[in-house]
Write a protein that binds this ligand. Structure first.
Ligand code: THG
Length: 265
């Protein structure tokens, strides 16, 4: 399971304040803690700063890379911000995220090739955010055609079905699960990922819904997740689920994580 640590996100009040105050220690401690907890990528987002996102994002990249060797997932809706962040990032970054909107995709594809990045591709195009698995899979198709044409290997692509709140429509969980299952059947080699927390938006006790959803996504073949790696319960469920879907040879990783105290009931 490829774990993308989500905590350095400017939509979180304390992170936003730390960015504004150039509190490098706070951000760096969030980075180190997530790496120690098992993250493989660290998401960095300065999108809450509408007018000066670029400047804050570049500071985040420098600040986080000063204390860790793992690559960053550059989380921005603005191709220009992504380009500038990639230019200062050391190593092979991930772009989080792109959509199949024509103009934006045309701007991002050359960056994926130039910087040899991994990329999270959101199931969304010029017609908006899909509700059904069927409409999500049409976007997946569009992405995969485009990537094949451009010589971008599917192994570098993480398809994100785009999770929506079940409090808005009770079918929204199932549509994501069915999308994951179909992607797995139809596109060999491509990765799948998602952010869990949107699923529980608007409901109490959100963590329990996020946890249940992670287990279900893993059962449909999801092999990456954007997550709070400091949440011990969700990390325990993650390693347990991998055993149960035969993605952990002889339970070696599970046993290792038990020994390290990461998996704990
Ligand atoms: N897909 C992709 N990228 C994403 C998302 C996704 N990036 C953003 C988001 N969704 C995932 N990242 C976060 C980061 C922080 C929080 C949730 C998701 C978070 N939320 C608090 C909570 O749930 O309790 C509330 C915010 C707060 O603390 O103020 O911390 O789906 N590709």
């Amino acid at each position: 399971m490829i774990i993308i640590g989500e905590l350095i996100n400017s939509t979180r009040r304390e992170v936003r304040d730390a960015i504004e105050d150039r509190n490098a220690g706070f951000i760096q401690s969030l980075a180190v803690k997530q790496v120690e907890a098992g993250a493989h990528y660290l998401d960095v987002n300065a999108g809450a700063f509408v007018d000066d996102e670029v400047e804050h994002l570049l500071w985040l990249v420098h600040t986080v890379q000063a204390v860790t060797d793992i690559p960053l997932a550059i989380d921005s809706a603005d191709p220009e911000a992504i380009e500038k962040a990639l230019a200062v990032h050391e190593g092979n970054a991930m772009i989080n995220s792109i959509t199949a909107e024509k103009v934006k995709l045309a701007a991002i594809v050359p960056l994926i090739k130039k910087y040899k990045t991994k990329v999270i591709a959101l199931c969304m195009d010029d017609s908006g955010m899909p509700n059904t698995a069927e409409d999500r899979l049409k976007v997946v198709d569009k992405f995969c055609d485009e990537f094949a044409r451009e010589g971008i290997p599917l192994e570098d692509v993480f398809l994100d079905p785009l999770v929506k709140p079940v409090s808005v429509n009770s079918s929204f969980g199932n549509e994501v699960l069915n999308t994951l299952e179909q992607i797995n059947k139809q596109y060999k080699g491509v990765h799948t990922t998602c952010g869990l927390s949107n699923v529980s938006f608007g409901l109490p006790e959100r963590r329990i819904l996020n946890q249940a959803f992670l287990v279900m996504c893993i059962s449909r073949g999801m092999d990456s997740v954007i997550i709070d790696p400091l949440d011990q319960r969700i990390m325990s469920l993650l390693y347990a689920s991998e055993v149960l879907v035969d993605k952990d040879n002889r339970c070696m990783n599970y046993l290792k994580m038990v020994r390290k105290g990461v998996v704990k009931s």
